[in-house]
Design a protein around this ligand. Structure first.
Ligand SMILES: [Zn+2]
Length: 100
């Protein structure tokens, strides 16, 4: 087995095409660059964070924050339920196809 070279995986800034050398935190480097230089919220983040679903970005006050936390908790609970269902369904299909 040959090790896969990681040097080819340069991250490019989608705005100014600036390349970011591979490193442990190249992702956060690019995200920080986007935020600081272009005043953009990160869109390259592969994993959806809970704020991605918040339509009007900024939290106004403490009450707002609590309200959002409650909402996102409810939302993620629903997502977890849905995912579990999907997993069970997938598992069932898998077992089914193995049985055939
Ligand atoms: Zn840039």
């Amino acid at each position: 087995m040959t090790p896969v070279p990681t040097t080819t995986q340069l991250l490019l800034c989608p705005v100014c095409s600036r390349a970011f050398k591979p490193s442990k935190n190249q992702n956060s480097n690019l995200r920080r660059h986007l935020k600081n230089v272009h005043n953009m919220s990160p869109t390259m983040h592969p994993r959806k964070c809970k704020w991605d679903s918040v339509p009007d970005g900024r939290i106004k006050d403490d009450k707002d924050r609590k309200e959002r936390t409650r909402k996102s908790k409810r939302l993620s609970a629903r997502k977890t339920r849905l995912r579990r269902k999907a997993e069970e369904a997938a598992l069932g299909l898998c077992m089914l196809s193995q049985a055939v």
